[in-house]
Design a protein around this ligand. Structure first.
Ligand code: C2O
Ligand code: CU
Length: 567
């Protein structure tokens, strides 16, 4: 492994005539990982050749993995970790519905170090605002948190720092990346740029709060452009905007939507994706800033600035109508510090977004649900044999009372004792976890077409993006926080990652129709690593192809396989 810095990169592997791997030039090694563009329902095979000095697995976030749950990439739930110097072939059929998805390491906090990229299911129809050109992804906008230390180091410290009675704040990124790059200072005078932008002190000294990416998005006047935006970060909720350009949201995580109102700022939490249409005009201005911004109010509203500690809270790119782009002088939609509490978090109100037809049901299955789960979101420290560790979870009954855990109901809790070899035998999959701190809470959904409601109730004061594998769920109800009204959506949207605001409540619904073992977890990496995770064991009798004890090792250079090597 050549992991000199905390970047895990990926490259498409090529071979000479004799089948020997050609070592790529450093410039061919991609961070972020290469964008994969596939047809709807295409069979995709990706051979991962792991050349890191640690194991890995790859999860295909947003891909339904119908009949291929064993390719879902969650270590010890759907596969064993791919050891270093081993290969593993992922195979699956792409979703029927076009959309913006991504792939990332699901092994420990490796994703935070850079193992992520887009997987896009091609647009097939051309209609107003949805141009096929967007398929090539010249207008992808990938925002990431950037830490100056390897993620495992940060995670170890995070766990160690937790003492009984005191939950420690999550590691906060130093800075932001856009399409993998960030670092130039936003000011106009280059001389004030820190010599070594990796040094926190330099930022501190110069009071630098905004950095530049290298990206220039070249637009022409009076046209429409589809941007595909992804937050691959570990912690932070970002707001995307383009100065002087209103946005139409046309896609939420693979679901086609229309918005009644144009929006100016688009919130994206870790794991979330959107496609927006930016319409250009006849204005005389040539150059505009594209911004991704955050502030502590978006993550931890009531903490002090020091406790928050993110040094750089904004990254910019240039949108230019000119063939010779220049430095924009445009102003942001919101002047001064971004204050998330004043902004719309949810983007869910029926007056904003609704689903439009695309071979998908426009309405959720009707209730009442056959099974209801109440997952609490809570950070707490438990003491187990003199070891303190963070854990997460609280279960409420329907009356809102905290519930005692029992054999059938666990939530986002640390309940590792629930793993037994019996469970393993019973469900034919390896519901087992190598992470000492991660829980194994699983729920069996064994009746086809059952309607499942999950109420996510946060008693925590930071926001949590909750992701469910194997499904797009309907977002049925949303409470922004204490004292706020519970909004019940008549025309809910579907997605796979939903933001539960601080002390908020979100109710989601899905239907039992996809056999597999599906993780459901917070997409804040630090949270999933300390146990904010549950699993749905769906239609276990039909989960036939999980291959629990042996990875399928392929040395396959077939034409239909994308070969990717981790580096
Ligand atoms: Cu994108 Cu289980 O994650
Ligand atoms: Cu969380």
């Amino acid at each position: 492994c050549n992991r000199a810095w905390n970047v895990v990169a990926v490259y498409p592997t090529s071979f000479d005539k004799n089948g020997k791997e050609l070592i790529p030039l450093p410039k061919d090694v991609a961070f972020p990982a290469p964008t994969l563009i596939v047809e709807p329902e295409q069979v995709v095979r990706v051979l991962i050749r792991n050349r890191l000095d640690e194991p890995t697995t790859i999860h295909w976030h947003g891909l339904l993995m119908e009949k291929t749950g064993y390719s879902d990439g969650v270590p010890t739930i759907t596969q064993c970790p791919i050891q270093n110097n081993s290969n593993f072939l992922y195979e699956f059929k792409a979703n029927k519905i076009p959309g913006t998805h991504w792939y990332h390491s699901h092994y420990k906090p490796q994703r935070v170090d850079g193992l992520y990229g887009y997987i896009i299911i091609k647009e097939t129809i051309e209609q107003e605002g949805i141009d096929l050109n967007g398929n090539k992804c010249p207008y992808c906008v990938l925002v990431s948190d950037w830490y100056h230390l390897p993620a495992q180091e940060l995670l170890d410290k995070y766990r160690c720092d937790a003492q009984i009675g005191a939950v420690t704040p999550e590691p906060v990124p130093h800075s932001v990346l856009l399409n993998g790059i960030g670092g130039g200072y936003c000011g106009t005078n280059n001389a004030t740029k820190p010599a070594n932008s990796c040094n926190d002190k330099d930022y501190d000294k110069k009071n630098i709060t905004c950095v530049l990416s290298n990206e220039v998005y070249k637009f022409q006047r009076n046209k429409k452009y589809r941007l595909r935006i992804l937050n691959s970060g570990a912690l932070v909720l970002y707001y995307f905007s383009i100065d002087d350009h209103d946005l139409d949201v046309i896609e939420v995580e693979g679901m086609r939507v229309k918005s009644n109102k144009k929006i100016k700022l688009l919130p994206l939490h870790a794991g979330q994706r959107y496609s927006v249409i930016a319409t250009t005009s006849n204005t005389k201005t040539d150059n505009f800033w594209m911004r991704l911004q955050t502030s502590k109010e978006c993550i931890r509203p009531n903490t002090s600035a020091e406790e928050w500690g993110m040094l750089v809270e904004e990254i910019r790119a240039i949108v230019s109508y000119s063939i010779t782009p220049g430095t924009p002088t445009t102003s942001p939609w919101i002047l001064g510090k971004l204050n998330c509490t004043d902004l719309d978090y949810s983007l869910l109100s029926p007056d904003k977004l609704y689903l439009i037809n695309y071979d998908t049901p426009l309405k959720p299955p009707s209730g009442p649900a056959n099974k209801e789960f109440n997952f609490g979101i809570y950070m707490e420290i438990y003491d187990e044999k003199n070891k303190s560790y963070l854990t997460v979870g609280e279960i409420y009954d329907t009356a809102g009372n905290r519930k005692i855990y029992d054999d059938n109901i666990f939530g986002f809790t640390n309940n590792s004792i629930q793993y037994t070899i019996d469970n393993y035998n019973k469900y034919g999959s390896r519901i087992y976890n190598v992470y000492k701190y991660q829980n194994l809470n699983f729920y069996v959904l064994d009746k086809e077409r059952d309607v499942i409601d999950v109420t996510l109730k946060s008693s925590d004061n930071i926001s949590h993006p909750i992701h469910l594998h194997g499904h797009f769920f309907w977002v049925m109800e949303y409470t922004r926080g204490p004292g706020e009204p519970n909004e019940i959506y008549e025309k809910p949207i579907q997605r796979d990652t939903v933001t539960v605001p601080p002390k908020g409540i979100v109710k989601i619904r899905f239907q039992v129709d996809n056999p597999g073992v599906w993780a459901c977890h917070c997409h804040i990496e630090w949270h999933v690593e300390v146990g904010m995770m549950a699993q749905f064991v769906e239609l276990p009798a039909k989960v036939t192809k999980l291959s629990p004890l042996n990875n399928k090792i392929y040395v396959d250079k077939g034409k239909n396989t994308v070969n990717l090597t981790t580096w």
